[in-house]
Write a new protein. Sequence first.
Length: 281
Amino acid sequence: MSLLKNKIDFVAFVSVTMSNPNGDPLNGNRPRTDYNGFGEISDVCIKRKIRNRMQDLGHSIFVQSEDRCDDGYKSLSERATTYLGKIKDRDEYARLACEKWLDVRSFGQVFAFKSNEKSGVSVGVRGPVSIHQAVSVSPVEVYSQQITKSVNGEPGEKRGSDTMGMKHMVRFGLYKIKGSINVQLAQKTGFTEEDAETIKECLRTLFENDASSARPEGSMQVCRLYWWKHNCPSGQYPSAKVHASVSAVLKDTVDIPSSFSDYDIIQSELPGLQCEVIDGV
């Protein structure tokens, strides 16, 4: 496996239909929006979904969801201690962690856990894959619905308060995900060309095996993925310029968007930089 040699930028357009792409726990789990009504999906949420897809593809990851744990360890400290033991050298600790777990050598990780020993090691790894918070192209409408359960959670004659609740969803939104892969950091973590292909596949199939009550099957879709591979480590163009070279514009005949086809995708050519356009799942 060869280390990544050239910088990579990517953009993905994601459609959301009658689902909650990323609830805000500080706002009653309503879909995240800014003060202007544009929808948001946090970078943490996107990385969580990428990690899940890494697992589905058979890769070892460090930050596992409790419901997807595949090695029996119930905490990060248990997992780190078991695989890395009591290594004191920070560089060796980081090297072995990157070698073992794909998400560590992709996104980085801070290893700082409580220990009974005074000589514990605190290690930070900077990963080459950076992802922006996704923002919707147009303002979104958040729809709230009162729901009830047909049975009490606890015994009692009267219907309990736990039988009532609220469900929030975005009627429709087209979100733009932006990200980059830095070569300098890839060299440090051992991130390879094959790892980059894995990231691409994870983005293309981001919502496979991700269905839930808040996100029914088919309600979230990667409509299109744009993947730029530069011809040099530092990149032919700044990431901001590459990300801005593709945009979604609402068609003049549409007032309220309800599908990906309501937008025109405009891509500006960047001389010398080829773009791979991939249909998502």
